[in-house]
Design a protein around this ligand. Structure first.
Ligand code: NAP
Length: 348
């Protein structure tokens, strides 16, 4: 995601040089393309901006076996190609481009794409996703998809009858470790401290599970293996002593980062930084701005749930645009900050 520092042109306050669209969808994962499909079928003039990671996190997943309708499974790339083709079939325009500035202070909303093109929109759907946090090791990136994963639900079934490791001490790490016991012979949870931050109930399940061992006060120094992961180099954070742990795969569960750089000062976020939407809808704290997929979901984070909220966002946007009618192009009258505060309070 671009940061405001990446801007190369300033937004034109008159909006006169902007290309105008009825609906712009920012982000091209399963949420964005499903929103595009629904919006295009509703005959809205819809533009999808792919963003910095076209296809989103799913393109990091070599095999998807849990997306309904594909009993033989398919790759993340294949699924995203199909979703894009389906959206285009009904008239959605899809463009490479990263939004480098987004002005939501008045309508029509305006954005700069790739630092050079200005686009205005009556309604905006944000489907910018979230990015898994990684340890930042060179071999972690090299072995991603070859034994390194950040999603047990996506990839766990490919690790049958091997020993695995999970890094982290939060709810996600506990859930991933428990899930992986279905396939692995043993799961070692590696945590950098001597206590978990996870909820007590999940901790108890982890402690009670005969296949799970916890390695406290250790950090992963390196991930080992040529073609695939075959072990971890670990350091004891208390004593500095080193050891190698042979494992066939490692799941990094140290949190996710929702991609909200563009809107963190203009839309209401929850305490973890995810976009807040009104319960039962995809409406954000600003009228005509909708959010779907992982950027507003810290809990489920599945391709199918992202696609579901993408459909909701398109339906919400379509209804909102219809309600606005000819007034969609008018300046915002609702004070953004008031709504933002109201939503933040109700989320607390
Ligand atoms: P989290 O709660 O932020 O936990 C991240 C864990 O990773 C922490 O234990 C942290 O260690 C560790 N960590 C962070 N950076 C690290 C690094 N560089 N090296 C090693 N370890 C590192 O993230 P999460 O578990 O993904 O949960 C995110 C949110 O979603 C939480 O609010 C959680 O409750 C929620 N969630 C809920 C459920 C559920 O209710 N079923 C399931 C999943 C997630 P420290 O503890 O030392 O900081």
């Amino acid at each position: 995601m671009a940061t405001p520092e990446n801007r190369t042109i300033a937004l034109d306050p008159t909006g006169e040089r902007a290309e105008h669209r009825k609906l712009v969808i920012v982000g091209s994962g399963p949420a964005g393309f499903t929103a595009a499909l629904y919006a295009a079928r509703a005959e809205l003039d819809v533009l999808v901006l792919r963003g910095p990671e076209p296809g989103g996190q799913l393109t990091l997943t070599p095999d998807i076996e849990n997306y309904p309708g594909f009993p033989d499974g398919l790759t993340g790339f294949e699924l995203m190609d199909k979703m894009e083709a389906q959206a285009k079939r009904f008239g959605a325009e899809v463009r490479y481009g990263e939004v480098s500035d987004l002005d939501l202070t008045r309508r029509p909303y305006r954005m700069v794409v790739d630092g050079e093109t200005e686009i205005s929109a009556d309604a905006v759907i944000l489907s910018t996703g979230a990015s898994a946090r990684y340890l930042g090791l060179a071999n972690e990136r090299r072995l991603l998809g070859k034994g390194v994963s950040a999603c047990a639900t996506c990839d766990g079934a490919f690790f049958r009858d091997v020993e695995l490791a999970v890094v982290g001490g939060g709810d996600t790490a506990m859930e991933e470790a428990l899930f992986l016991t279905r396939f692995a012979t043993k799961v070692t949870v590696i945590h950098r401290r001597d206590e978990f931050r996870a909820s007590k109930i999940l901790q108890q399940r982890v402690f009670a599970h005969p296949k799970i061992e916890v390695l406290w006060n250790h950090r992963v120094e390196d991930i080992l293996g040529e073609e695939r992961v075959d072990g971890l180099a670990l350091e004891d954070t208390q004593t500095g002593s080193k050891q190698q742990l042979p494992v066939g795969g490692v799941f990094i569960a140290i949190g996710h980062q929702p991609n909200t750089n563009l809107v963190r000062d203009t839309l209401a976020l929850d305490a973890a930084g995810y976009l807040l939407t009104e319960p039962g809808s995809t409406r954000t704290s600003l009228p005509g701005v909708f959010a779907c997929g992982d950027v507003q979901d810290s809990i489920y984070r599945q391709a199918i749930t992202a696609a579901g909220t993408g459909a909701m966002a398109a339906l919400d946007a379509e209804r909102w645009l219809a309600e606005q009618g000819a007034e969609a192009n008018q300046e915002t009258t609702e004070p953004a900050i008031g709504r933002l505060e109201e939503m933040a309070v109700s989320a607390a």
